[in-house]
Structure formats: C-alpha cells, structure tokens
Design a protein around this ligand. Sequence first.
Ligand SMILES: [Cu+2]
Length: 164
Amino acid sequence: MSFKSTLLAAAAAAAFALPAMADMAKIMVQDPYARSSGASAKSGAAFMTLMNHTDQDDRLIAASSDAAARVELHTHKENADGVMQMMEVEEGFAIPAGGMHALARGGDHVMLMGLTAPLAQGDIVTLTLTFEKAGEITVEVPVDLTRKPEHGMKHMHGQPKTGG
Ligand SMILES: [Cu+2]
C-alpha cells in the first residue's frame, strides 16, 4: 500500500503547488493608492499599475469595493473647450500580453462613487478587480492624500482656452 500512498501524496503536493504557480503568472498590481479631494468628498479614485505576466492580452472589466456604493472604470478626456472631463469606460482597460497599463491622475482610474466613509490618510480600501481572463484579484489599496500627480498633467491640460 505504500506505493499507492506515495502517489496520493504526490498528487496532493501537485494540487497545492498549482495555485501558487498560477498566481505568479497572472496579473500583478503595483503601487496602488487611493485618494479623495477632502473629508467631505462623496467620491474618490484609486490608481495603480497593472502588469500582465501572461502571454494573453487581458482586460480590467469591473471593480467593486465595500468602501463605495458604486465603483466604475473612468478616464479623463479633453472636451471641445479644452477642459478635462471624466467619463465611464464601459469596455474597461486593456493590458497587453507581457505589458502593463498605468492608472494615473489625469488619465484612467478606478472611481469610488458614494463613499461609505471619508477616505482618511493611512486607511486601507479593499478593492476587487475583475479581469476578463485572470478573474478576480483583491488588492489592499492604501489611502494617500499627499501624493502629487506623477506627470504634471494639470499644467498641460485643464486650462480653459478663454479670457486673458
Ligand atoms: Cu472618475
């Protein structure tokens, strides 16, 4: 019977080893943070870099969180007056195979609408991201209200081309 139990042990070991290997080869979320515009803000946003370590194109298609009544995938677009406006991106954000997609201030972001509590510095927001192929990934997103925009987008965009 010892041969059979060795086989069973090997099968059990393989079953336990698989999830860990699959995790390593999926989507990685780097440097997530969340912020809102103040203690009375009813909404906030989360930013992060999504890295695709698989050989298949993937796509972030939805997000959810206990911290907000509704979570949407948003981007900023410049309107005809040169003002940046937010809009929902129904098709989500593509992450190419072996590539990455950055969610950053002034661009794509995860919108937290109807905050259940104000976002306070150092809080952790638990965010569940749903990917087309990788499925659901839950990330702990620290609230960082002091972080400055990465690329100074505000200086290049968002100035109405009127007056002066
Ligand atoms: Cu938004």
